[in-house]
Design a protein around this ligand. Structure first.
Ligand SMILES: NC(=O)C[C@H](N)C(=O)O
Length: 491
């Protein structure tokens, strides 16, 4: 592997500015790594020509002393972000061949900051999944395997292509989106830092909508510092998104002071779920000790409605999805399968265009919103969602942040849970509550299980508490000293 590929985003940024390397060299190294790792299926669309042109323009800006925050850094863009002139599929057959004529705000922000696009990364169809196996463009392999085994494991989902690409050094960083865990769970499975910021921190404009009251973009990186830098470039108020937060973007990197003395870290007892693997329980305990060693105060807290979060999410998210996905009708975007009349064309297009998981969610969503069941399901779920958000508000009276595991398991085999939707949904048990409450949550690679697979710890903060979350995440990262590498990197 080229030495250049081992640089973190922050290191590469500094070397580019110091003119020790060029953006073209760095981009070529990554384009080569993408070719070498094609069997992982990280990318749906590679954009090498665009990448080289963008890198060349970056080198010119660096030479002119006009480098942006992400200048010359080659990244993967989750294929849920609409990119002008580049196919944007959302992992679905129904959007195959859809080439937007506009750019999402977050991707535009990254290009404006000088980032270079390597390609569009694979994902679960419409971001619905925790394995990347629901993608129409095929599953993604996790670059990590169990010690002594070559069985293929999932990278998690839905941002599985982004996770695998960054872990395999086929991108220096990548964008993800998180509705119920889609940044944090794949980050945990692939030994990465995945940060879902406060709802509204990054604009949703131009991101293919799944569940609009939950969807949020964020960075997937190898380090906490990289996460801080990239989030700074992605975030910001956008008048085109009615739920965008009209607040200034802080200097997130400056928040990484390494000092959490006196910070209060809450440990929610409801996250101690049945059948939690011993490795994860032990890592969580270890995480608590690391926080104490760094001078934080650890307090027990209670979030009594946690057990209702998963069922609530799997009512609210499908309800919003069934409405959002009504727009794929064979007329406006992508796939069209003809029929004898308009209704038959709709039916044929949607039957051919959506995979099983998407159909399941559209059906659930339509059911819970239907006249006879609306009060029993959707309305009830909204009320429970308010209670879950209130639990967090109460907790902030006692602590500054919460520390929990990110996932209830490490990466699993590609054929393990695909036929059992409920087992798949349980992946989100620790990530969904923060999503329902709109709170920032980060997964930090903190250790490995008995098979050598990465495990993550999650820090959750109050709304707009990104700086405290990042500061504590930096301390956790240093204490954990995570050093596992995928087998292909060790070679
Ligand atoms: N989109 C997400 O956040 C993933 C979550 N596992 C879901 O299937 O809904």
């Amino acid at each position: 592997m080229s030495d250049m590929l081992t640089l973190t985003l922050a290191e590469a940024r500094d070397k580019l500015r110091a003119k020790e390397i060029t953006a073209v060299e760095l981009t070529d190294a990554y384009l080569n790594a993408m070719e070498q790792t094609r069997d992982l299926n990280c990318y749906i669309t590679e954009t090498p020509e665009k990448a080289r042109a963008m890198a060349k323009a970056s080198d010119e800006r660096i030479a002119a002393g006009k480098a942006g925050a992400m200048e010359g850094l080659p990244i993967g863009m989750k294929d849920l972000f609409c990119t002008n002139g580049v196919q944007s599929t959302a992992g679905s057959h129904i959007l195959e061949g859809f080439t937007p004529t506009y750019e999402s705000t977050v991707s535009q922000n990254l290009w404006d900051a000088g980032a270079v696009m390597l390609g569009k990364t694979n994902l679960d169809e419409f971001a619905m999944g925790s394995s990347n196996l629901t993608s129409y463009y095929g599953g993604v392999k996790n670059p990590y395997t169990k010690a002594g085994s070559n069985q293929s494991l999932v990278p998690g989902g839905s941002s599985g292509g982004s996770a695998a690409a960054v872990a395999a050094h086929a991108a220096i960083a990548a964008t993800g989106t998180d509705t119920g865990g889609s940044i944090r769970q794949p980050a945990a499975f692939a030994g990465l830092v995945g940060f879902k910021p406060t709802y509204g921190r990054c604009s949703r404009w131009g991101i293919v909508a799944f569940a609009s009251s939950l969807d949020q973009a964020g960075p997937m990186t190898r380090t906490v510092r990289d996460s801080a830098i990239m989030l700074g470039a992605m975030a910001g108020f956008d008048a085109k998104d009615s739920t965008s937060l009209d607040v200034a973007v802080p200097d997130f990197e400056a928040a990484l002071t390494g000092d959490i003395r006196g910070m209060k870290i809450g440990i929610p007892k409801e996250y101690r779920v049945e059948n939690m693997p011993a490795d994860i329980e032990a890592l969580w305990k270890q995480g608590i000790e690391w926080m104490k060693d760094a001078g934080a105060e650890v307090v027990d807290v209670t979030l009594p409605h946690t057990k209702y979060a998963l069922p609530t999410y799997y009512i609210v998210a499908p309800a919003e999805a069934s409405s959002n996905l009504a727009r794929y009708d064979g007329v406006r975007f992508g796939l069209r399968v003809e029929g004898k009349d308009l209704n038959e064309m709709y039916e044929n297009t949607r039957a051919a265009g959506f995979g099983a998981e998407v159909r399941r969610r559209v059906l659930i969503g339509t059911y819970v919103l239907s006249a006879g069941y609306y009060d029993a399901y959707y309305l009830k779920a909204q009320k429970v969602r308010t209670k879950i958000a209130q639990d967090f508000k109460n907790a902030w009276g006692q602590c500054d942040l919460l520390l929990t595991p990110t996932t209830p398991s490490a990466a699993f085999a590609m054929d393990e849970k695909i036929d059992d939707p409920v087992a798949m949904y349980l992946n989100d048990v620790f990530t969904v509550p923060a999503s329902l409450a709109g709170l920032p949550g980060i997964s930090v690679p903190a250790g490995v299980d008995k098979d050598g697979l990465p495990l993550g710890l999650q820090l959750i903060g109050p709304a707009m508490g990104e700086e405290a979350v990042l500061r504590a995440a930096g301390v956790l990262e240093t204490a954990a000293g995570f050093s596992a590498k995928p087998a292909l990197m060790a070679a």
